[in-house]
Design a protein around this ligand. Structure first.
Ligand code: NDP
Length: 453
C-alpha cells in the first residue's frame, strides 16, 4: 500500500475513532487505490483523498412524533451529503434502529463511487433515522415521515439532493415523505425517487437493484464463458432487493433456494418459483409478516431460526454455485467466506451494501471466488433513480421495456469499467479494486476540475 494511502487511512481513523462501519469502508476503498494514486501524483498534490473522506455537509436533527397511544416519541434524523462533484447529491434513506452517523457515513461514502460508476450525473449522499417501522401502524409511520420531512425538506430538492429508499423505506414511506414535501414546499418536483408509478415514479425502479445485481452476475459469468442458467443460488434478505434478485434469477433459469429476514432463513431445495415469490412479496410488502411463514405454507421447505450467539451464518453453508447477499452489512464474515468456498460457491454478487467484511473479501479472493462488490453490483437501483429524475425533468414516462433495457446497458457499462480498471490498476478479475479505482478516477478528476471546494 502506498505511503500516501496509509497516511490518509491513519488520519481518518484518528479523526473518526468510534465510526467502525465508516472506517471499514474507507479502509477497504483506499487500500485498493495505491496503483491509481502512484500513477497520478495530481491526486495527492490536490489532497483529493483527504477531501473525499470528509462529507461536504452532515445534518443531524430531532424528529418528534406522536404514536397511536398519544405518547410523544423522539427519534434522530440525518442527512450526510458526501460529495457533489458529479451532480446533485443522490442516495437513499434508511429507517432502522441500528442507524447512526457511522452507518450513514459508510453508506454515503460508498454511494459516491457507486453513483460515479453508473455514469449518471449524480453525487453521493445518504440519510435516515433510528426509527423502526417494524410493528408500527400505517398512521404511526405517516406521523414519523411527516415530522422527518418537515426538517429534511429544507435540505433537499430536485437540483440539490434527491433521496430514495433503502432498508425500512419502501413505497409506503416514500409516499408519505413526498406528500409532506409537496405540502411544505408547494411544488411537485422530482425531489425524491422511488415514487408511485401514477405520480412521477419510474417503471422498473422497484425492481432495479435486484435485477441489476443479477445482470452484473451474468456479466461476470459471461467472461468465463458461462451463464446463470441451472445454477443453484443462495439469496439472503426478503426485502426489496432480495425479492427482485430472486425474480431475475428465476427469469434467467437459475434456481434460488433461500431467503431470510433478521429472525431466520428458509431453505427450499426444490427452488423458489415465481408463484412462491409472489406469495413472499404479499407477505413482506402487504401483510408485513415473517419469512418463517414460507416453510409453513410450502411443503418441502424448512425454516431455521437465527442464532444470535453463532459465529457464522448457516445460510452460507448450503451447497450452491452462486450467492447473492441482499440483507445488510457484514452478513458474510471470514468464517462464512470459507463456508461459501467449501459449499462450492464460485460467484458472489452483492445486492446489499458492504455485506462482506474486509477479512472475508480476502478469504474469498484467495479462494478464487469472483466477487461483484456492492458499489458496482447494486448500482442498478440508483441508476434507475437517476433515470426517474430524467423522466421527471422532461415530464415523460418511459415504458417498462425501455427502462429495463437502459438498466441492462448501464449494468454492462458498470461491469466493463470495473473489469478495465482492475486490469489497469490491480489485477484482472479483481472487481473490488476495479470498482473502487474506476469510481475514484471519475470523481477525483471532477474534483480537480472544480478547484479547492
Ligand atoms: P428492505 O428493508 O426492503 O429489506 C431488508 C431485508 O434485510 C429484510 O429482509 C430484513 O429483515 C433484512 N435485514 C435488515 N437488517 C438485518 C439484519 N441486521 N440482520 C439480518 N437481516 C436483516 O431493504 P432493501 O432490500 O431495500 O435493502 C437491502 C440491502 O440492499 C441494504 O444493504 C441496502 O442498503 C441495499 N441497497 C438497497 C437499494 C434499494 O434500491 N432498495 C439500493 C442499493 C443497495 P427484517 O425485516 O427482519 O429486518
Amino acid at each position: 500500500m502506498s505511503q500516501y494511502v496509509q497516511d490518509v487511512i491513519a488520519l481518518t481513523c484518528a479523526n473518526n475513532p468510534h465510526e467502525t462501519e465508516f472506517l471499514q469502508t474507507v479502509t477497504e476503498v483506499l487500500s485498493t487505490l495505491s496503483g491509481v494514486v502512484e500513477k497520478n501524483p495530481k491526486y495527492q498534490k490536490a489532497k483529493i483523498l483527504e477531501r473525499l473522506v470528509e462529507p461536504e455537509r452532515a445534518i443531524l436533527f430531532r424528529v418528534p412524533w406522536v404514536d397511536d397511544q398519544g405518547e410523544t416519541r423522539i427519534n434522530r434524523g440525518y442527512r450526510v451529503k458526501f460529495n457533489s462533484a458529479l451532480g446533485p447529491y443522490k442516495g437513499g434513506l434508511r429507517f432502522h434502529p441500528t442507524v447512526n452517523l457511522s452507518v450513514l457515513k459508510f453508506l454515503g461514502f460508498e454511494q459516491i463511487f457507486k453513483n460515479a460508476l453508473t455514469m449518471q450525473p449524480i453525487g453521493g449522499s445518504k440519510g435516515g433515522s433510528n426509527f423502526d417501522p417494524k410493528g408500527k401502524s400505517d398512521n404511526e409511520v405517516m406521523q414519523f415521515c411527516q415530522s422527518f420531512m418537515t426538517e429534511l425538506c429544507r435540505h433537499i430538492g430536485a437540483n440539490t439532493d434527491v433521496p430514495a429508499g433503502d432498508i425500512g423505506v419502501g413505497g409506503r414511506e416514500i409516499g408519505y415523505l413526498f406528500g409532506q414535501y409537496k405540502r411544505l414546499r408547494n411544488e411537485f418536483t422530482g425531489a425524491l425517487t422511488g415514487k408511485g408509478i401514477s405520480w412521477g415514479g419510474s417503471l422498473i425502479r422497484s425492481e432495479a437493484t435486484g435485477y441489476g445485481c443479477v445482470y452484473f452476475a451474468a456479466e461476470m459469468q459471461s467472461v468465463i464463458g458461462d451463464s446463470l442458467e441451472g445454477k443453484t443460488c443462495l439469496v439472503s434478505g426478503s426485502g426489496n432487493v432480495a425479492q427482485y434478485c430472486v425474480e431475475k434469477l428465476i427469469h434467467m433459469g437459475a434456481r434460488p433456494i433461500t431467503m431470510s429476514d433478521s429472525s431466520g432463513y428458509i431453505h427450499d431445495p426444490g427452488g423458489i418459483t415465481q408463484d412462491k415469490l409472489e406469495w413472499v412479496m404479499d407477505l413482506k410488502n402487504n401483510r408485513r409478516g415473517r419469512i418463517q411463514e414460507y416453510a409453513e405454507k410450502f411443503p418441502g421447505a424448512t425454516y431455521h431460526e437465527t442464532d444470535r450467539g453463532a459465529d457464522c451464518n448457516p445460510i452460507w453453508q448450503l451447497d450452491a454455485k452462486c450467492a447473492f447477499p441482499c440483507a445488510t452489512q457484514n452478513e458474510i464474515n471470514a468464517k462464512d467466506a470459507q463456508n461459501l468456498i467449501n459449499a462450492g460457491v464460485k460467484l458472489i454478487s452483492e445486492g446489499a451494501n458492504m455485506p462482506t467484511t474486509n477479512e472475508a473479501i480476502g478469504v474469498l479472493q484467495s479462494g478464487g471466488v469472483a466477487l461483484g462488490p456492492a458499489k458496482a453490483a447494486n448500482a442498478g437501483g440508483v441508476a434507475v433513480s437517476a433515470l426517474e429524475m430524467v423522466q421527471n425533468s422532461i415530464r415523460t414516462a418511459w415504458t417498462r421495456e425501455e427502462v429495463d433495457e437502459r438498466l441492462k446497458e448501464i449494468m454492462q457499462g458498470v461491469f466493463r469499467q470495473c473489469a478495465e480498471a482492475a486490469h489497469e490498476y490491480a489485477k484482472p478479475g479483481d472487481y473490488v479494486a476495479g470498482a473502487n479505482c474506476a469510481g475514484f478516477v471519475r470523481v477525483g478528476d471532477a474534483m480537480l476540475d472544480q478547484g479547492v471546494v
